[in-house]
Design a protein around this ligand. Structure first.
Ligand code: PMP
Length: 408
């Protein structure tokens, strides 16, 4: 049988779309039990409240009956949005009515909806450099030119941001929004302080651009007194579009996230979402709302934080012992990642990955693809939430030998 020449039917997007490095890699590693993987960005399954979720699923189907299994409103079920409204007020100090909230299919879908709503080909989106790989994918697939701004341990350098924004605006570039992950940044592990946040909002106001705040990690905080006030809670101009998800605080498989913004924007997001997936899973929305009402999310967070703190500490200690003189990194106060830069020009984490997997049986995500400017080939993202402490110790030992052998 001769196959049709599919390529001649492809859209421009399909022609240029590239595989998500992380997802391809994870698929590969899943089959390799001998490899210690720091590549995922995934929760430790030990934190999943399995029995309680089973109980809740049964309860939801019994109580809501057919409604729990039926199609539902694109914006999300009203009772669920009301529960989320209470939740974000209590834990993120965000004042939002149900009308300010749209439920999405995880926050990845929120990134897509936001991109489709604002980006025309050639528009500029500003991000931290490095930033979340799949956010870059969503922006670029929609035709954005992404401009990365360097970070330090307090996240995006707002002085550099201001200079860059000024130049972009003077050059007539259409800058649509600044995308930031203020707490436990993926991949760099950085957390913004209040002054930075304030400065960022002032700059956004001065240059009249929107801010997209991606906040999956602010519940996963390891130190006391970490500044976790959301940009949205400081936003007096309705400029911030806030997004979050249950992926790191309950279970990613539920695929439930939310966007909070001015109702005029929520209406646009709703119209865009109608043609993406009609609505997010009804049953899972009810399950999430019930988990919130029963306090299961905060129970899960309380279980996750000390566990992840121990793993973070184990990883930091192991890195310092095994390759401390070879790499630089910020110590994360929250989130799931340590991002290391190997201080050697010859270390290309992308082309060396195969060697790491085959010869050293250790996996990481090459850091280059998190950098919108193509820099950072010498970096690796290491996840500490999923592997056990023993695996972290052994995996970092392998990584140390691998790095050493690669820069000789
Ligand atoms: N944004 C960031 C910064 C993330 O780290 C992730 C998940 N790794 C997502 C969005 C996507 O999350 P979700 O599972 O809700 O789609």
């Amino acid at each position: 049988m001769v196959l049709p020449d599919f390529t001649k039917y492809y859209s421009e997007l399909a022609k240029k779309v590239k595989a998500s490095e992380i997802r391809e890699l994870l698929a590969l590693i899943r089959e390799r039990k001998d490899v210690i993987s720091f590549a995922g960005g995934i929760p430790d399954p030990a934190i999943f409240p399995k029995e309680k979720l089973a109980e809740i699923a049964k309860f939801v189907i019994e109580v809501y009956g057919d409604d729990a299994l039926q199609y539902s409103e694109t914006k999300g079920i009203i009772e669920v949005r009301e529960t989320l409204s209470d939740f974000v007020l209590r834990y993120r100090h965000i004042i939002a009515d149900a009308e300010d909230i749209i439920i999405t299919t995880g926050s990845q879908s929120a990134l897509d909806i936001i991109s489709r709503t604002f980006i025309n080909p050639g528009d500029v989106v500003i991000t931290e450099n490095p930033t979340y790989l799949a956010a870059l994918g969503a922006f670029k697939n929609n035709g954005a030119k992404v401009v990365g701004i360097p970070i330090d341990d307090k996240g995006i350098k707002t002085d550099v941001l201001e200079r860059k924004l000024k130049t972009l605006v003077e050059n007539g570039e259409r800058v649509k929004f600044i995308y930031v992950i203020p707490v436990g940044q993926n991949p760099a592990g950085t957390t913004m302080d209040k002054d930075r946040k304030q400065h960022l909002l002032e700059i956004a106001s001065k240059y009249d651009v929107l801010v997209v705040e991606d906040d999956p990690y602010s519940y996963i905080i390891f130190e006391p007194n970490v500044e976790v006030a959301s940009l949205k809670s400081m936003d007096s101009e309705n400029r911030v579009i806030y997004m979050s998800t249950v992926s790191k605080i309950l279970a990613p498989g539920l695929r439930i996230g939310w966007i909070i913004a001015h109702p005029e924007l929520i209406r646009k997001f709703e119209l865009i979402k109608q043609y993406i997936d009609l609505h997010s899973p009804t049953l899972n929305q009810y399950i999430v709302a019930e988990a919130i009402k029963r306090g299961i999310i905060m129970e899960t967070v309380t279980k996750a934080v000390p566990r992840y703190r121990r793993k973070r500490d184990t990883m930091i200690k192991a890195i310092e012992e095994e390759m401390g003189e070879l790499v630089s990194f910020y110590k994360p106060v929250g989130g799931l990642f340590i991002f290391t830069y190997v201080m050697n020009e010859k270390f290309y984490a992308d082309s060396l990955l195969e060697k790491a997997l085959k010869e050293y049986k250790v996996a990481y995500v090459p850091g280059g693809s998190f950098h919108p400017d193509g820099s950072g080939r010498n970096s690796m993202r290491l996840n500490f939430s999923y592997p056990s402490e023993d695996q972290i110790i052994e995996g970092i030992r392998r990584l140390g030998s691998f790095v050493r052998s690669s820069i000789k």
